[in-house]
Ligand binder design. Sequence first.
Ligand code: GLA
Length: 724
Amino acid sequence: MKRLFILFFAMYSLSVFAWEGKVTITTPNTQLLIHATEGGDLRMDYYGPRVCTDQELRDAGCALNSSALPAFGTVDMVQLPAIQIQHADGDLNLELRVKDMEIKDENDSRTYVFTMEDKLQPVSVKVFYKAYRNVDIIETWTEIYNGEKRSVTLKRYDSGHLVIRQGDVWISHLHGDWAAEAEPTMEKLSSGVKTISNTDGARNSHLDAPEVMLSLDGIPQENSGDVIGAALCWSGNFELRVNTLLKKEHHFYAGINPQASEYVLDPKQTFATPRLALTYSTEGMGGVSRTFHRWARTCGMLHRGMNTGDILLNSWEGLYFDINEERMIQMMDDIASFGGELFVMDDGWFGNKYPRRNDSSSLGDWVVDARKLPGGIKALTDAARQRGIKFGIWIEPEAVNTKSELFEKHPEWALQAKGRQLKLGRGGTQLVLDMTNPKVQDFVFNVVDELLTLYPEIAYIKWDANASIQNYGSTYMPADKQSNIYVDYHLGLLKVLERVRAKYPDIVIQDCASGGGRANYGLLPYFDEFWASDNTDALQRVYIQWGTSYFFPANAMACHINHCPYGNTGGRIIPIKFRCDVAMSGRLGIELQPKDMTEEERQQCTRCIADYKQLRNIVQNGELYRLISPYERKGVSALMYNHSGKAALFVYKVENFYNQSIPRIRLAGLNPDATYTLTEKNVRVGQRPCSLNGKRFSGRFLMEVGIEVPLREDYASRVFELDS
Ligand code: GLA
């Protein structure tokens, strides 16, 4: 006899009816089939296109019938566990049985909650699947409840697990380093376990990022093939694993990295794992990217990502720490004269007893350095208003330098290993504050709150994080909970961000961590954008922005025009037109000292900003089609965005050899029957638009035949608007 389950409709509707142990979880184009057997665990049968019934799957012998959340102690022990708990009495086993299922309906989604209980111990685990109605994303996560009389230890607590039919499956993820983030790395899965993980503690996307794509039918293709995309929404250490078994399955697991993080959970407490966002596309990696971008713009990012980011000048690469009032005002004059909308004062503005002259002091002392800024921040917000632009400011509130008044007063607020010498980070003095400590959380909240209370005209904050957790230990956490630090650090950070957003829902905040160290969906619900890299060399940015776009939309990606010669790439000199065109493909900004620009550079930047205003909505809210990858070594890279019958096309010459054959650019995602007019944008100062300007083509022609884009000299580039 089939066990009957009670199902509740909560939120908008509440009803009770029988569940026969099978559930089809759907998004517009995908479905996940789950079932539970009498007294058994939760089983996953299928994740893929929305094309089949449960019966068809079974009749065809295709139901995978694999544990949805493999628990240590329950099933086939050759599978790696997604969850393992040590109970108060030392028992390491879990035998989870489904008890009931609940459905929660919201406007944009339906969430299925399966509650499972251990056969022996009073521990329960809820598994959530939140399926969106308008975008093909299913978020999954768990909640673990400790009903025991004493603490239990979560030894492994993945957010989710997927079972995939074995085949020619490839895994792609973003790999990199500081100033070289987000290089797509692709490899075929072979027997054994493939692990992608991070142990920085505070940031998690410099080296290996917490997102992957799994191409199910051979070498990853941009525009074709079945691909699963997965993003762990967490800013701390993570571990993504694929276990390829000799049988017929790959098992994909994603969650918090348990290394040094066996989590002690007190009695009657619940631990919620971070969300794992999953998608399935039959349109290759491009399809997965577009789904993540759509999801980010509807719910994965703050402000639903629908704000079109302001065009800004940031003082960092133009002045580094050498700021003062006069230079700030000069920079405001310049960005206003270019047609920009926002000026951001970066590092170097604070410190009283220890003025911030370089990176070796003052973090923690968030008071204006009156020697540099005699009129304080008020004089700067006034100056910005007078020039018709907004004002933004840099902070790094989770950090402290040993040379600071804060450290003198509260040395115990820094993370530190008891009795051991401090390991010092940036500037030889930097430490990370202990975000597990509620007093530190209050301090960090107050850094933001005081700034915004004193200077309500601040419209933008750049929130940086420039150190990893090198000193593992907390003076606040008890001895038996030291292994909770990595996790509680981020839960503490999220608490602060919740408070900041509750009080300041509208201020724009950039998420930065030594460049692109915190590009992740754990933080984006609280931020408007992230700094993609400390490397602003336009050629390398073509590559970095290409990789970043695999998971993140253009309006999340801050892209700034830099100065040349450029130090990070050995003094490389790139023409201003190419630098502008590369920055225009994301959220446009400038990062240089305008005083040092040539007249041609000034004119080009002014033109670029005016033209970007016309393209901004298409770029920041459009559907991305990556056309030619810079990694394919074809001499060019091309991408485009489509939005409401318009498109923006970017073409960059990334190599230049005599007699080199440059591919024709075939466009994508257009309406084949519409006629598009091409208008060249940001035409090089002193030149005329190219021969394609003003020409009209059908969408079908542009997609099937393509255009020959004139690109002759080194660093040639073109930007076009297409209007139908
Ligand atoms: C980090 C950021 C930079 C800049 C500096 C300031 O490196 O990524 O953009 O803000 O800090 O110290």
